[in-house]
Design a binder for this molecule. Structure first.
Ligand code: NAP
Length: 679
């Protein structure tokens, strides 16, 4: 961190010349840094991202980018300690900061491993299989996904200065898109320190990541239809950005994650004394107090069966009064401060709005919750629990987000009413359902799913291992409909796809193979003189094919296989019973026998470059094989892919098994590891 925060633009650190804003520490109000962006040339920053960053990133494959993400995650893991000390000034305790810092680094690791596993060692993705578009079979269609020739601007909220930028950066980088990221001013000193570590690592290609500390000036004016704008923050700013002339006119892809009135619902079965009741109380208190409630996913609305309302309020009050509020750097502090006095005033105002429809049953929004004189200038606030007596008639409690340790308890009379109440939030990121009753779980989950991006169903079985209501996970969707912004920041490969352009390609099957390097039925095969199992990975050509001789399947084969494996299912062993089945003409061969015979037909047995068969994909048995049928196999190289290790590559084979009438009886993709050519 520097006393005056600098932006990192066009490969250089740039200090603002004037118009500096002061950033106070949340702990005591002392100025911890100053920030501004005057003098920065955003047109040039956009151009640098587009021309240098985009070019560098698009030169890499998905796997190469995944490898860089992994190295960056490892580097940050080693160097992260100073971030903790700094982040305490945002009011966050060590436990809060673990969510932010470890969560951010963990997200990089997660995308690195998914990128390696789920994306090809290519610069594009093929979404097959081909669709045949003409009767003659010479015109087909498929889809490809390529990195858009643009940039991504990421604008973040103050509450996760490490996780926020990293969880947006990881999928964009994996997709091959250069990023300009802007942290929220209130905690920008932590994000700037993170950026310094990233720059020091020298791991990212030039132009892959730039950071603006301070206002974004005319940045958005320079965005065009190849660009994306991803925002996390308030509904008001989201509206401004979405309606920015360049964003709307140029159809800049816009994703927003914003205010969310997330709910926790206690099931009708979860009375005091049940594990679900205890888990519910614990989770509500945790969500109110972690990061002092400054989490987009925090529980704001607490729905309980009317019969349990008083017991829930008593239990919450008991646990909230045990929360120690104070200096976040002190080990036993359970709740630190809000990020700033501005934020504290905003929370107090929002509590006043909610209180017009509810009564405060615990806490005092005017109180700091700590009598430590050293913290007098800090943005501390006591947790506030409210109770709304008439939630069906209320409006504000459902749509007013106090971004602090504030929640409102509301009673419901029926499960249908609980669903109606949850829906009054107008779309949320997440909700939790606490029940051990399958019918209660089903009524609530299917009732409220349309209003949410993520749902947790917590009970005595999952409670202990649950990652919690408030933690978005990189593999699962994070985002929600309506008020929550309609975006999807996370979600595994879905969030990578946000940055790619999907294009339908219509052409002959052969042209599609030459473009996509993915063989599909209908494209020409390359008859292989030498058995393809004798060819190393580098010699194999997409479309290399062998057609095997035929083999008769006899009744003895079927009986032998049945007795040998123990699979004496009636369709293979009992003529009358098989005939009675509408799908079989009489006794038929086992599907697994067909697979085994197919392998016997196409395998080249001598030691050679095929190292291992590691699976089958998309297996279908399409027609029964009767005793006396002759089967034969066509084996074709469909795709080749570099593997993690330099010694071998992965080959996907298209396998089609025919009968004597050339009808397809089985089809699947065989996956093998093949040795590379000796150097
Ligand atoms: P905010 O005031 O909307 O600010 C969010 C970001 O937008 C900040 O980086 C801010 O920069 C920037 N910004 C503000 N006006 C802008 C403009 N005209 N042009 C470009 N950028 C602009 O929200 P916040 O106070 O930081 O965050 C709290 C809100 O975020 C809460 O409402 C919370 O619900 C929401 N949130 C949502 C999620 C989610 O995933 N859904 C996560 C976290 C927070 P400056 O700070 O420099 O003004």
């Amino acid at each position: 961190m520097s006393a005056i925060l600098q932006s990192y633009l066009r490969g250089q650190w740039a200090a603002p010349a004037k118009d500096l804003a002061e950033i106070p520490s949340a702990i005591d109000g002392a100025v911890i840094a100053k920030t501004g962006s005057s003098g920065s040339d955003f047109a040039e920053a956009v151009r640098y991202a587009r021309e240098t960053g985009g070019k560098n990133l698009r030169a890499l494959t998905f796997h190469q980018r995944a490898d860089i993400l992994k190295k960056l995650a490892a580097y940050l893991s080693e160097k992260k300690e100073p971030l903790y000390a700094l982040a305490a000034h945002t009011g966050a305790t060590k436990r809060d900061n673990m969510v932010d810092i470890e969560g951010g680094i963990g997200t990089l690791f997660a995308y690195a491993s998914r990128g390696r596993r789920d994306l090809p060692a290519e610069k594009f993705i093929v979404e097959g299989p081909n669709e045949q578009l003409s009767k003659g079979g010479k015109f087909a269609g498929t889809h490809i996904l390529t990195p858009r020739a643009g940039i991504a601007v990421h604008i973040n909220a103050f509450n996760f200065p490490v996780w926020g930028p990293l969880e947006k950066f990881a999928p964009a980088f994996l997709a091959g898109i250069p990023v300009i990221t802007k942290p929220a001013t209130a905690s920008a000193y932590v994000s700037e320190a993170l950026m310094r570590l990233i720059v020091e690592s020298k791991l990212l290609p030039d132009g892959a990541l730039q950071m603006i500390c301070g206002p974004t000036g005319d940045l958005l004016d320079h965005l065009n239809g190849q660009d994306s704008l991803c925002f996390t923050g308030s509904i008001e700013t989201s509206d401004k950005l979405r309606n920015h002339p360049a964003v709307s006119k140029n159809a800049v892809r816009f994703v927003a994650e914003r205010d969310s009135l997330n709910a926790a619902i206690l099931g009708t079965d979860a009375a005091p004394g049940t594990p679900e009741f205890d888990l519910f109380i614990k989770e509500v208190v945790r969500e109110m107090t972690v990061k002092a409630g400054q989490k987009c996913t925090a529980i704001r609305r607490v729905f309980v069966p009317r019969a349990q309302e008083a017991a829930v309020i008593d239990a919450l009050k008991a646990q909230l009064s045990a929360i120690k509020i104070g200096d976040p750097r002190v080990e036993d502090t359970r709740m630190g401060a809000l990020v700033s006095m501005t934020q504290k005033r905003s929370v107090q105002e929002k509590v006043r709005e909610i209180a017009s429809e509810a009564e405060i049953v615990f806490g005092d929004p005017a109180a700091s919750g700590t009598d430590d004189a050293a913290l007098k200038g800090g943005a501390f606030i006591s947790p506030v629990l409210l109770r709304c007596a008439k939630p069906m008639d209320a409006k504000r409690v459902h749509v007013t987000e106090a971004f602090g340790p504030v929640a409102t308890v509301m009673a419901y009379d029926t499960l249908e009413q609980a669903v109606e109440l949850v829906a009054k939030g107008e779309g949320s990121l997440v909700a939790s359902v606490f029940t051990y009753d399958p019918s209660v779980a089903s009524a609530l989950v299917f009732g409220i799913a349309p209003y949410h991006g993520r749902l947790l169903v917590i009970d005595r079985d999952s409670g202990k291992e649950s990652t919690g209501h408030g933690s978005p996970l990189p593999y699962l969707v994070h985002g929600g409909p309506g008020r929550a912004g309609g975006g999807e920041e996370l979600g595994g490969m879905r969030s990578v796809h946000h940055y790619l352009q999907r294009t339908a390609i219509q052409a002959s099957p052969d042209r599609i193979v030459s473009l996509t390097k993915d063989w599909s039925k209908g494209a020409a095969t390359v008859p292989s003189q030498e058995h393809p199992f004798r060819k190393d990975f580098d010699t194999l050509v997409i479309g290399d094919t062998i057609e095997t001789a035929a083999r008769k399947v006899s009744l003895e084969d079927i009986e032998h296989f049945a007795n040998f494996t123990g699979d004496t299912f009636y369709a293979h062993m009992d003529e009358a019973a098989a005939k009675a089945n509408p799908f079989f003409p009489g006794r038929v061969a086992h599907g697994y026998l067909i697979l085994s015979f197919a392998a016997g037909l196409f395998v080249e047995p001598a030691p050679g470059p095929v190292l291992a068969n590691y699976g089958l994909d998309n297996l279908r048995f399409l027609k029964p094989v009767s005793p006396g049928d002759d089967i034969r196999v066509r084996l074709t190289v469909k795709q080749k892919q570099d593997a993690r290790k330099p010694e071998y590559g992965e080959v996907r084979w298209d396998v089609e098994v025919f009968n004597q009438d050339s009808e397809t009886v089985a089809r699947y993709e065989l996956l093998t590891m093949n040795a590379r050519r000796a150097a």
